[in-house]
Ligand binder design. Structure first.
Ligand code: CA
Ligand code: CA
Ligand code: CA
Length: 325
């Protein structure tokens, strides 16, 4: 038991194994659960475990650079260390390695080098031997994604070695990360169809790139009143007011995103030739005056939407007034 208690600086797995052994021995000895609790908790308090964890973005864009932090936690009297980073060069290329920081102390990169295909060895050293304690970053790595859309890039870490101000090895757990490569997200629509007051409108926003699972939203501006956007990119509803509505849409796949400003022009209600918001006999007069050249045409005067304003539109307006169309 005493021997076990002396092994204070151990990795988390070792700690769990030892905790289990303490529990087993304690059980054999018939110790009460409260004593066992003191034993295991006391042991944990002494065994602060340093962990080094790569932190990469979940998704990256092919052709683009991105950063991977080498996070380090709970280090005491740390002076220098080295580790290898392993990656698939068909998917990722390393571009640079820059200094880390623990607490407020800079952790310079002493030297780094690509030692073989897909392997980069990095050496860090706090100048002199004052040591540093706390949490932060051992280094920051810059990669460029070169893989095809959908490819996965694992960034593993091995041969990790940290030593303290005495030159003794410090126990630590090391963990890599991975990224998924995609093409950048782009919104396909360059324009949106026009709408008319009182007419059911429907249009779809579409995108390319990313992981293909999109969620749409309005980033700024307002949709015409009466219209709404569903998260699948479907724009629908019946506009109630005339106007030119500029809306910036956003699409995201959860990680990557794109935005685009598009306009929706809402014209007066079909048959509302004079644009006053209602369709009544004044619009028949308006259409008649347009047909004989007394007034310039309006889009809503073409009540039947056949591209011209003629007697058929008078009939159409009459049918709208009568509630027949
Ligand atoms: Ca040093
Ligand atoms: Ca009218
Ligand atoms: Ca017409």
């Amino acid at each position: 038991m005493a021997q076990l208690m002396e092994s204070t600086l151990c990795g988390r797995k070792d700690e769990m194994k030892i905790t289990a052994r303490i529990l087993m021995v304690a059980t054999l000895l018939g110790l009460s659960s409260s004593i066992m609790s003191v034993l295991t908790t006391g042991y944990r308090a002494e065994a602060a475990t340093t962990s080094v964890t790569l932190d990469a973005p979940t998704e990256v864009v092919t052709g683009n650079s991105f950063q991977v932090d080498v996070d380090i936690s709970s280090v005491t009297a740390f002076d220098a260390g080295q580790f290898d980073v392993l990656f698939d060069e068909a998917v990722l290329q390393i571009e640079s390695v820059s200094a880390g920081q623990i607490g407020t102390t800079n952790v310079p990169i002493a030297i780094w080098n690509k030692t073989s295909t897909g392997v980069c060895r990095i050496l860090v050293n706090v100048p002199g031997v004052p040591g540093v304690a706390g949490s932060g970053r051992l280094a920051t790595l810059a990669f460029r994604a070169v893989g095809a859309a959908g490819s996965s890039g694992t960034i593993a870490v091995s041969n990790g070695f940290l030593n303290d101000v005495q030159g003794s090895e410090m126990q630590a757990t090391w963990a890599g990360d991975s990224v998924r490569v995609w093409n950048n997200i782009a919104i396909v629509n360059d324009t949106l169809p026009g709408a008319s007051v009182g007419t059911l409108y429907s249009a779809n926003l579409s995108a390319t790139g990313g992981n293909g699972s999109y969620a749409w939203s309005v980033l700024s501006g307002s949709l015409p009143s009466g219209m709404s956007l569903s998260s699948n990119g479907s724009l629908s509803g019946t506009a109630t007011t005339v106007g030119n509505f500029s809306v910036t849409f956003k699409v995201t796949d959860g990680q990557l995103s794109a935005t685009k400003a598009l306009s929706i022009v809402v014209s007066p209600r079909l048959g509302d030739a004079n644009g006053d918001g209602v369709v009544n006999t004044a619009d028949i007069t308006k259409v008649e005056r347009i047909i004989v050249g007394l007034e310039v045409t309006t889009s809503s005067a073409d009540a039947n939407q056949d591209g011209k304003v003629n007697a058929a539109d008078i009939t159409k307006v009459e049918r709208i007034i009568a509630g027949l169309s």
